[in-house]
Design a protein around this ligand. Structure first.
Ligand code: FNR
Length: 390
């Protein structure tokens, strides 16, 4: 019998014979509370917080919880394979680490630690945020030739955008993920109540401050006038004036796959396909942008129905467990991104903490698959779920 992700449980039990138990909980829904207890209120509020009163983040969880798996029996699940092809890339499992900015507020090893953990997990893709606290070249170096994607916050200055794309390509990032749902920072009470915004302290600006096109817009070098550099960043970070025809710029400047993140309406997904994009991430940014928004898992089947044959449909927002991944695949996603859980793992235990989260998620997914009668993600479909009326 080949090696399976599920074997992680035997590793844990075997280690237990010497008295060792896992350093972090294996029920990943417990990580948020632990992080709240152990890390400072500013960083924890920034990561755990959401838009408004948190209703979208709660709806994300409820929409996944409401759907229940209907396991099937006697279907030979002895040999299993979680690998999938996504956007022409061979992935070990239908999972990637979502782009999350400013990871240095959680752990000094920040993005490099998370990227190394992803690389060590058979090359689960690490999606690096534009707003990382480590320059993209340094993260690439930490990863060897492991799979990495670059997330673009589309800056107002086209020269900075072009420069980011050139740097990302040169540093070996294969897929471009363009986040559309953040043309403005949302109303986030946990950050507002503490007046906590790391960018204003020059944290999460590493890609900008190290960029020649960005630097060209400054009167003095960053180290001579850091405040002016921060203000320049604030003015160009996002561009609320962008519209669909602007996507042509990205298509001209990136020759690999392009995925639009933050799509929730089937018509937006159709427009993405018409604009020559390769995929969408059905996402509401983990509930951090629009309070009162549709739950991402409720938007997913509608988007998949509309464009599933034209685009690669990915999903995030609310994934906490292996069975959540199973449900997202059943609702039409090709693969999922996970956000906060790996960030909590990083905050609690650095690189090993992120590895723990990835291995728990994939062990649980592997077992959910097997115990529900599937040997590969490819056979999961809508018929595997029912909606709990309660
Ligand atoms: C994010 N997210 C995000 N998305 C993005 O495209 N660029 C970014 O820089 C960030 N930064 C960021 C910071 C923090 C602290 C969080 C929690 C999230 C959104 C992220 O990619 C993803 O969409 C959500 O995290 C998914 O929801 P869950 O898994 O956290 O519920």
């Amino acid at each position: 019998m080949g090696k399976h992700w599920a074997d992680f449980q035997y590793e844990i039990y075997l280690n237990g014979m010497t008295g060792a138990v896992p350093r972090l909980p294996t029920d990943l829904t417990r990580l948020e509370e632990l992080t709240e207890q152990r890390l400072g209120p500013g960083p924890v509020g920034y990561v755990a917080g959401s838009a408004g009163n948190g209703s979208t983040a709660r709806a994300n969880r409820a929409a996944l919880e409401r759907r229940r798996i209907v396991p099937r029996m006697l279907r030979d699940v002895r040999e299993r394979d979680l690998s999938v092809e996504v956007l022409g890339r061979a992935l070990p499992a239908p999972l990637a680490l979502a782009p999350v900015g400013v990871l240095s507020i959680m752990h000094p090893d920040a993005e490099s630690a998370a990227a190394r953990a992803a690389a060590a997990a058979q090359g689960v893709p690490f999606v690096l945020s534009s707003a990382s606290s480590t320059p993209m070249e340094q993260v690439a170096e930490a990863m060897g030739d492991a799979e990495r994607w670059f997330q673009l916050y589309w800056p107002r200055d086209p020269e900075v955008a072009r420069s980011f794309l050139n740097r990302a390509r040169a540093a070996g990032f294969s897929v471009l993920v363009v986040t559309l749902d953040t043309p403005l920072l949302a109303w986030r009470p946990r950050d507002l109540d503490q007046a906590y915004l790391p960018f204003l302290h020059g944290v999460g600006t590493a890609n900008y401050f190290s960029d020649p096109a960005f630097q060209a817009g400054l009167a003095k070098p960053v180290h001579e006038d850091p405040n002016a550099a921060v203000m320049h960043f604030v003015g160009m970070f996002a561009d609320p004036a962008k519209t669909w025809p602007d996507l042509a710029f990205l298509r001209e400047n990136w020759d690999g796959p392009i995925v639009l993140k933050g799509v929730l309406h089937p018509d937006d997904a159709r427009q993405a396909a018409d604009a020559g994009m390769d995929g969408v991430v059905v996402s509401n940014h983990g509930g951090r942008q629009v309070a009162g928004s549709v739950a991402a898992a409720d938007a997913l089947p509608r988007v998949a129905d509309a464009v599933g044959d034209r685009l690669t449909v990915l999903f995030d927002s609310g994934i906490r467990t292996g069975d959540d991944i199973f449900k997202a695949l059943a609702l039409g996603a090709r693969a999922v991104l996970v956000g906060r859980p790996y960030v909590y793992g990083l905050g609690l235990d650095g690189r090993p903490g992120v590895e723990h989260v990835i291995r728990c998620l994939l062990a649980e997914l592997d077992l959910t698959l097997a115990l529900s009668g599937h040997a590969t993600p490819g056979t999961i479909g809508p018929a595997d779920l029912v909606e709990d009326p309660a």
